[in-house]
Design a protein around this ligand. Structure first.
Ligand SMILES: NC(=O)c1ccc[n+]([C@@H]2O[C@H](COP(=O)([O-])OP(=O)(O)OC[C@H]3O[C@@H](n4cnc5c(N)ncnc54)[C@H](OP(=O)(O)O)[C@@H]3O)[C@@H](O)[C@H]2O)c1
Length: 265
């Protein structure tokens, strides 16, 4: 049994909100934490706040949409001989408005960014490593047209199919034909539907290993994104993320959870 204190967690988008609180809770459990953010000054300040509370936290910059930035994090970890025990893909955006630009930018962070970070860090993952996709109830298929559900939930959907599907969404928005083609006018929703599909595909790809890959809905949380009217505290929202980041080798994989309980896709 590996001690928590020897374990390393990497958390994306962790200068504030759920990412920062996830770092705090993981450090509280004794893990060494690599806090990452795209804004270096904000990330360093967040790290210093956690260090001031006595937690073992380090910092590395990471813009999940920038391949060079993703590669730099991987290189640093590789040089250190680092082995990642938990990767928390938390960085996300919920942009105002809806057009092709919003759709493209939303997918670039919430879907393609997660895919790029995960693929790049996968070789550094411990044999019993955990990958957590911070998703949303908005990623649930409930209420979406059946034809769209069939495509995303198709059990033989491949990564390439999924990428094609999401690129088609952007093209359909660009052409102003998304509604007639059965898409909702909501880029955030499709980004999380796509993230959930990626969770299932990645879990299948890694089925022969002990790596656990799960998606988590934190609920509606009072962060900058969730707003002051949200029903849950940041501490409550982060608990389910931390649970998935700590599941054991016999724990679930390829599932969708809220507060450690399975929820429908
Ligand atoms: N709050 C909710 O009610 C709720 C509900 C369901 C799901 N979620 C999910 O929970 C996750 C965390 O959200 P939150 O509520 O904590 O929101 P938040 O306070 O807005 O935090 C989002 C974080 O993502 C970072 N980020 C955005 N683009 C990035 C990029 N390209 N590279 C790296 N980091 C990037 C932001 O960094 P900057 O400070 O630089 O912008 C920020 O640190 C998201 O995936 C969100 O979709 C939230």
């Amino acid at each position: 049994m590996v001690e928590n204190s020897q374990q390393l967690a990497v958390v994306t988008g962790a200068n504030r909100g759920l990412g920062l609180e996830t770092c705090r809770q993981l450090a509280q459990r004794g893990l060494r934490v690599m806090l990452t953010s795209r804004d270096e000054a904000e990330g360093q300040a967040a790290m210093n706040r956690l260090r001031g509370q006595g937690f073992a936290v380090r910092y590395h910059s990471l813009d999940v949409t920038d391949p060079a930035s993703v590669a730099a994090l991987a290189d640093t970890l590789r040089r250190e001989g680092g082995r990642i025990d938990a990767l928390v893909n938390n960085a996300g955006v919920a942009l105002e408005g809806f057009d092709a630009g919003v759709a493209r930018r939303t997918l670039s962070v919430n879907f393609f960014g997660v895919m790029a970070v995960t693929d790049r860090l996968l070789p550094l993952l411990a044999p019993h490593g955990r990958i957590v996709m911070v998703s949303s109830a908005m990623g649930q298929m409930d209420g979406l047209p059946p034809a769209l559900c069939d495509q995303f939930l198709n059990p033989v959907l491949t990564r390439n199919d999924l990428v094609d599907l999401l690129n088609r969404f952007v093209r359909d928005v660009e052409a102003g034909r998304h509604l007639e083609r059965g898409w909702p006018a909501n880029a955030y929703r499709i980004s999380k539907v796509g993230l959930n599909a990626f969770t299932r595909i990645l879990a299948q790809e890694l089925a022969a290993s002990a790596v656990r890959v799960n998606a988590v809905s934190p609920g509606w949380v009072r962060t900058a994104m969730g707003g002051p009217g949200a029903t849950r505290t940041i501490e409550e929202g982060a608990q389910g993320i931390v649970w998935a980041a700590l599941v054991g080798p016999d724990g679930p994989t390829g599932g969708f959870f809220r507060d450690g309980q399975p929820i429908p896709w």
